[in-house]
Structures are given as structure tokens and as C-alpha cells.
Ligand binder design. Structure first.
Ligand code: FEO
Ligand code: CA
Ligand code: CA
Ligand code: CA
Length: 621
């Protein structure tokens, strides 16, 4: 399959993309020679495992399952029984499809005790429940019932768990006072400029100020004041009906609403577009949650705009303001940045409570000459006026995608994580893929047509200032097999045949300033490898060298990479193990893997894994 795909890629790529660098002899050098020039800052032996049903980590490391879908989170949670799932049980248990992970050390814990916050992005009904039949065009699997939908809604959202390390092993602390489950029904509030907008008003909430739940929470961020930013991504999937004849049909179309992928509207009218046309506007936000107070009301921070938020990695700028970098994960959508008006006060975290309600949201323009600029999404400036359909700042934020188009934002190849390296000030943009870009749409920042393997762009803010209007940028790597003629991939010559990857998605920068990339989209049939973690050299002569570190079971994607402050533990999230891929239909009754239990009758379970180094010290050498 891999060979066939390579051939197809050659045929589809135009000669124009065969940049000289791709054909340079160094890139085509024999594998042994390339393997000899290892990157300097990663010393672990490269992982060479073939795709299979389980996880693998580079030699010298341990990978331990910390918590799985269905494990207890709250007091009273019953033992997980896949044959007897109920909404009440699921609401007390760890949710499905763990994505973002954030670790916040607890005071006095010497780094051995902390809170792990976890997003539960979505649900795979075909793997969670037996006999749900086939996906229907109107939304959801044919066999979904009211009770199963409520299990799904309880499996969404997020979890807060307390964990501690004893004798080198991390464990969940039972009966923790911090433990919390957030679901698709948890009461939340809107804050910031769009709170109270008529666009957010529904029959359940005529004031447009409160909402039940958060949906499709993908990646996120931890703020300097130790709150959790949880990002709503593909929220269109949950809505059913038709946009035909609705007042906002143009905006609904741009946001892909209705997505008709889930059965929720059959039993919960708020997901029926014909009954509640504004309900979709209440999703697609960055949600701020205080993990130290399980009774706190999560707040949807509207100042950060509404789109398919991937993540919200952030950095304190030199002037004390917070810069939040955000990707809108859709083909041809954009990269955004939010800069607070106020400054972070490290001595007084409580003073930062509402810092994210006031600031400037801006969208990136990547000029072909390697410069770029951030253009503000500010009502009344430039084209963002009533003449173009924007009555106020709330309209600009609710329809951020439309505003970005008016501003001439660059259309990117699916922006996922966007993360700053605090040691260098450089910002990394993971662009996962875009198979629809045509040759006419190719431009330097998105340099390949039919980009099936994605690329990584590196941004250097002007003067190292994360609030500056300008920046320079370059492509760090074009992903895919650098040895495949015509693929147009551009890893460094030191990258081995195991070292290259496709489809960068999440990333993490460890405390030594090293970049680690998590992928979503690799498989035996696409790149000859499963998803996983690759270490990525960004500096010096090894720049552009990737090294394979961890791999997930078939069907899974890799999410949530997150280090403890001493880099001795690397938490990763294995999401949707056993999802159908490469033509293999995988179901509860016949899954492609039963990781991590490998027990008859137990389906595969998304789970968090803690990676440590056997000899101690920082993960990755
Ligand atoms: Fe949920 Fe963009 O990945
Ligand atoms: Ca995902
Ligand atoms: Ca992702
Ligand atoms: Ca993805």
C-alpha cells in the first residue's frame, strides 16, 4: 500500500513543486549515511516498530497506562462494564477520546503530585456500543437510542483528575477533592464582548449568557494563572437539519453547519437547527475552566473568537501581556493570535481571572516574501463594518471566519497546534494536510498542491515581541517521505526512514526548548507507520531532523503531549484506538485492536499514557 501511495503522490504532484532542495543529493543519500548524522539534542535510540495493535516507545523508556475510558473519576463511579453502560455511570467515569492534556503541579507536591486536565473530544459509537448499525445521512448510527445518546453526551467534555508519583509510577488519587467531570450538559457562562449578543439567544437562554456543555474539545492550553483552556473544534457535527432558508445561511455554510454526524437532535431539540437556529453559535469557543474548584462555572471566552479551535497554547510576552496562539482546523482556514489588554500578575493569579475578556484578536497573513502580519479583528476597523454584515464586535467574533476573509487572511493547510518556544521566541504552526489545494492555490506558506502529508511553519515575531504586528516566517519541514521522488518532503538529510512522518497535529516544547510533534493521519496504508510522537530538531545543523519516539495502536491518533516541569514524565493521549482505517471497518464486535486491555468483550479504550525514562532523568535523553 505504501508503495502504491508513493506512486500516486508522484502522479498528482506538479513538476513545479519539485523544488531544487528536494532533489539535492543529500536528501537522496543512502539510509545508513543519513542515520549516521543524528540530531544533537536527542540521544534516544530511534523507534522502529511496525504498525500493530499496541503502543511502542523508544528503548530505555517505560510507557504506562494511567487512566482509560470508563475508569472511575468521581466517588461512586461503578466499575466499567461495556455491556451495561448508563449516562449516570459515564458521568462519574473517565470520558471518551482523550485529547488535550495539561499537568498542573499541586503546591507542596515537589512535582510528584498534580492535577491532570483532559479533554474528551468526541465519541465513536461504533466502537463504544455493540450493534449500532450503520451511519445515517441525517445524523448518527441507526441503532442509537435516547439512552445511548446520553451516554455519549456524558462521555464528551473533560475530566480533572489528581495524580501522584510514588516509586516512579504515576497513579490516579482516588476520592480527590479536585476530581471533576465536565460533559455536554454542564452549565457554563459566556463572557467577553459576545456575551449577551442576540446571536447567542435561544429559547432556553433568551439573554445569550448561559449554555449547557462544551463540545468536541480538541487541544487547549494552561494559563500562567493555572486555569485550563479547552478548545471547541468540530462543533458542526452535532447539529442536524438544514440551513436552507435560514437568515444566517452563508455563515452556517462557512462553519459546516449542520454537520448531521450525531443522533443528538433526535432526542435533544436544541441540536435541531430548525428549532434552535442560534444554538450552533454557542459552540466553537475557547472555554476557561478553574481546575482547582470543581464547583466553578466554566466560561466561554468570546473575545478569542468562534471557529474550529484546535488549541490555545500561550506565552507571557516581554511586556507582561498574554499572547494566545490558535489554529482553525479546517482546510483553507486561518491562524489567529489573541493578545490581552492587561498584564499577567504572577504574584496574584486571582487578578488574572478575567484577563481573557479584553484584548485583540488578530489573524495571520503570510506574505510570499517571508514576512507576515497580524490583522486585527476589530469592529469598525477596515472592512469590519455594518456594510459587510458586522453590527458590532459580537458579530465579528461569532463570525470570525467571515471577518478573517474580509481582512485577507492567508488560507492555510488545516492549522492545528500553534505553539511558542519560550527559549527561542519562535512559534511553530502544525499544518496537518489539505488534499484540496490546487496548483493555482499554491503559495510559499502552503507550498504543495494536494498536500496529503502537511508541513510545519516557523514564525519569528518581530523583535521577539508576541504582540507585534509583524513577523517573518519560513517552512521548517514539508512532511512525508523525503526519499519518495516527487513527494516534495523536506526533512533534514539526517532523518532516517523511520524518522519522517506525515500529518503533524499537536506539539509540545519541553523545558529544554525541544520540539515534540504528535501526528494524526499516519497509517499502514498512508505512510507505512501508525501515528505517534516524533522529536524534532529546530536549531543548528540538525534543524529539520525528526526522530521517531512513540507509536500508537492501529486506528488511533496521538494527542495531548505534555511534560512535567522536570521533563521526567511525558504524558500522551491515545485517542480512538481501533478506529476504522485503510478500508478495515472496525466495530465494537470486531475491533482492529483491543488495546489496552486485550480482553474478550472489552472494546479498545482511549487512554492516557505516562512515559518515563528507565534510568531516570529527562525523557528523550
Ligand atoms: Fe481535533 Fe484538529 O484535531
Ligand atoms: Ca482528535
Ligand atoms: Ca488535534
Ligand atoms: Ca487532527
Amino acid at each position: 500500500m505504501k508503495g502504491l501511495l508513493g506512486t500516486a503522490a508522484v502522479a498528482l504532484l506538479a513538476p513545479a513543486v519539485l523544488a531544487p532542495a528536494v532533489l539535492a543529493p543529500a536528501v537522496l543519500a543512502p539510509r545508513a549515511a543519513r542515520a549516521g548524522a543524528a540530531p544533537d539534542r536527542f540521544s534516544f535510540p530511534e523507534l522502529t516498530a511496525a504498525p500493530d495493535e499496541t503502543i511502542h516507545v523508544a528503548e530505555g523508556h517505560d510507557a504506562q497506562v494511567l487512566i482509560r475510558w470508563g475508569d472511575p473519576v468521581l466517588p461512586g463511579a461503578p466499575a466499567f462494564d461495556p455491556a451495561a453502560q448508563t449516562p449516570a455511570a459515564q458521568a462519574l467515569q473517565f470520558g471518551y477520546n482523550n485529547d488535550f492534556l495539561g499537568f498542573i503541579p499541586l503546591p507542596g507536591g515537589a512535582g510528584n503530585r498534580g492535577l491532570l486536565v483532559v479533554n474528551h473530544e468526541y465519541t465513536n459509537e461504533e466502537l463504544m456500543f455493540p450493534g449500532v448499525g450503520v451511519q445515517t445521512a441525517k445524523g448518527g448510527f441507526a441503532g442509537m437510542t435516547a439512552a445511548l445518546v446520553d451516554v455519549e453526551m456524558a462521555a464528551h467534555g473533560g475530566s480533572v483528575i489528581e495524580i501522584q508519583r510514588e516509586n516512579g509510577r504515576w497513579q490516579v488519587v482516588p476520592q480527590s477533592p479536585y476530581a471533576r467531570r465536565i460533559t455536554a450538559e454542564t452549565p457554563m457562562a459566556f463572557s467577553g464582548p459576545a456575551a449577551g449578543s442576540p446571536r447567542l439567544a435561544t429559547s432556553a437562554d433568551p439573554d445569550g449568557r448561559t449554555v449547557k456543555g462544551m463540545l468536541n474539545n480538541c487541544a487547549g492550553g494552561i494559563t500562567p494563572w493555572n486555569t485550563w483552556l479547552s478548545c471547541e473544534e468540530n462543533v458542526n457535527y452535532y447539529f442536524s437539519g438544514t440551513r436552507d432558508g435560514l437568515a444566517d445561511a452563508e455563515a452556517l455554510k462557512r462553519y459546516g453547519i449542520p454537520g448531521n454526524a450525531f443522533a443528538w437532535a433526535r432526542y435533544h431539540p436544541r441540536f435541531d437547527l430548525q428549532k434552535e437556529p442560534n444554538e450552533p453559535n454557542r459552540f466553537g469557543w475557547v472555554v476557561e475552566i478553574d481546575p482547582f474548584d470543581p464547583a466553578s462555572v466554566p466560561r466561554k471566552r468570546t473575545a478569542l473568537g468562534r471557529f474550529k479551535h484546535e488549541g490555545a497554547a500561550n506565552i507571557v510576552n516581554g511586556d507582561g501581556r498574554l499572547a494566545v496562539y490558535m489554529g482553525d482546523d479546517q482546510k483553507m482556514e486561518h491562524v489567529y493570535r489573541f493578545v490581552t489588554d492587561g498584564k499577567v500578575d504572577p504574584a496574584n493569579p486571582a487578578a488574572s481571572r478575567d484577563l481573557l475578556d479584553a484584548g485583540t484578536l488578530a489573524v495571520a497573513v503570510f506574505h510570499p516574501d517571508g514576512t507576515g502580519e497580524w490583522r486585527p479583528l476589530t469592529f469598525g476597523q477596515g472592512p469590519l463594518t455594518p456594510a459587510n454584515g458586522f453590527r458590532d464586535q459580537a458579530d465579528v467574533l461569532v463570525h470570525a471566519r467571515l471577518a478573517a476573509t474580509h481582512l485577507g487572511a492567508t488560507r492555510m493547510d488545516r492549522p492545528e497546534d500553534v505553539e511558542a518556544n519560550p527559549l527561542t521566541g519562535k512559534v511553530y504552526v502544525m499544518l496537518t494536510a489539505n488534499d484540496t489545494r490546487t496548483e493555482l492555490e499554491v503559495e510559499p506558506a502552503n507550498p504543495r498542491p494536494k498536500n496529503i502529508f502537511g508541513h510545519i511553519v516557523e514564525i519569528s515575531p518581530a523583535g521577539g515581541d508576541h504582540a507585534a504586528g509583524g513577523f517573518t516566517w519560513e517552512v521548517l519541514v514539508r512532511c512525508g517521505d523525503p526519499a519518495a521522488p516527487g513527494a516534495g518532503a523536506s526533512f533534514s538529510p539526517a532523518t532516517t526512514t523511520f524518522g519522517w512522518f506525515g500529518n503533524p497535529d499537536n506539539c509540545a516544547v519541553d523545558h529544554q526548548g525541544r520540539l515534540w510533534v504528535a501526528t494524526d493521519g499516519n497509517s499502514a496504508g498512508s505512510t507505512g507507520r501508525t501515528d505517534g510522537i516524533w522529536a524534532m530538531e529546530t536549531e543548528g545543523k540538525g534543524r529539520g531532523t525528526a526522530r521517531r519516539f512513540f507509536s500508537v495502536p492501529v486506528g488511533a491518533e496521538m494527542c495531548g503531549p505534555c511534560f512535567t516541569a522536570d521533563d521526567t514524565t511525558f504524558f500522551v493521549a491515545v485517542q480512538h484506538p481501533g478506529e476504522s482505517e485503510d478500508g478495515r471497518v472496525s466495530t465494537f464486535d470486531d475491533p482492529s485492536t483491543r488495546w489496552p486491555d486485550f480482553t474478550a468483550g472489552m472494546p479498545p479504550r482511549p487512554a492516557v499514557v505516562a512515559i518515563t525514562r528507565k534510568a531516570g532523568g529527562p525523557v528523550g535523553g
